[in-house]
Design a protein around this ligand. Sequence first.
Ligand code: SAH
Ligand code: SF4
Length: 405
Amino acid sequence: MSVTLDLSRMAHSPSREGADAPKPPINLSGLTRPQMVAALTESGVVEHGKAKMRATQIFRWVHHRGVTDFAQMSDVAKETRARLAERFTIARPEVVERQVSKDGTRKWLIRMAPGIEVETVYIPSVGRVGALCVSSQVGCTLNCSFCHTGTQALVRNLTAAEIVAQVQIAKDDLAEWPSDKEDRLLSNIVFMGMGEPLYNMGQVADAIEIISDNEGIAISRRRITVSTSGVVPQLEALGEKTQAMLAISLHATNDALRDVLVPLNKKYPLDQLMAGIRAYPGLSNARRVTFEYVMLKGVNDSPDEARALVKLIKGIPAKVNLIPFNPWPGTDYQCSDWAAIESFAAILNRAGYSSPIRTPRGRDILAACGQLKSESEKVRASAMRKLSMAAMAGVLDDDEDEAAA
Ligand code: SAH
Ligand code: SF4
């Protein structure tokens, strides 16, 4: 059974564009190296025998050096560069808004296409490390009751090029070209922005292959975390195809409550989810799964629930991220009191689980973002969702910080 929603096709159906509409140029930034070899050969711009060498050369210019114009590829013949520019593009999408917080958190609103805007957030951590929170879809088809993204009407899958562009734009802003391995500000990637990555597996897997390729941005797959609300049939494929670290948005320890918070639970209840997690390829003490647990006052934050959580995840190499709930206008949920979060964390810690609670970063710019929303007629449905991205800083736990430092 396929669970991938290819909604992007709907927006680009040939019938809407007209039969004679010129084909948009392929963005090479969204192609893995083997895909680039195929595209170059097919285009006739590069002869078959040279395609592999040329693809690696171009891949390095785009993903190691960060260039956005074929003219900058000084070791490629001028005529070839001109022919490449006729068939392909390596341009970035437009950054329509950029904000930097006092604590170093950076946020970009990126326009992928008219009306298709996503936000990407860079969260610095201790020392010279930091995580980039990327989006995999515009909006989300799953309606988790505490999440604002789920209320957004427009949903479309992002392409691999659009996912990679989020990383490229962050690296532009952080001045991290060329992509050297030492001393990186952008050391980790988390798929915790808008959307359900496992409903866009193909593009997410390609993007991970591109981002982790040693000839390019070279962020190791162990530093790339994919967060899912629990699309159980896709878990194995995620592990096999991407070898990414897994994060599960758990939020409840029994089906009755999880059905309400994460309605996908009705389709894939907890026993199936936990079995899928236990079977996740490559899980070990060195590669633990992260359980995300949003702290909702009076809903899921009692000591009994902390104990139930310990029981539920027993035997799984895991850490728990306690996320203070970020309220948004119209929600009935409230964030748990700090004392409740601390007692919850203490129970987990006593049971041997690392459970960092992180102070949300970038409050100042995110508050501005909330204002922008209330002042605007055209409601940016994604705005408050970004608040939770800041709380996601907790995904970089202490040992990872140390390992990366
Ligand atoms: N769709 C995926 C990834 C994006 S959501 C998923 O659900 O895992 C990333 C994380 O943000 C999830 O753990 C989600 O539950 C959490 N989240 C969503 N809305 C939130 C809010 N208002 N406050 C705190 N965390 C929130
Ligand atoms: Fe979608 Fe994740 Fe929000 Fe649920 S929490 S609605 S899966 S983005």
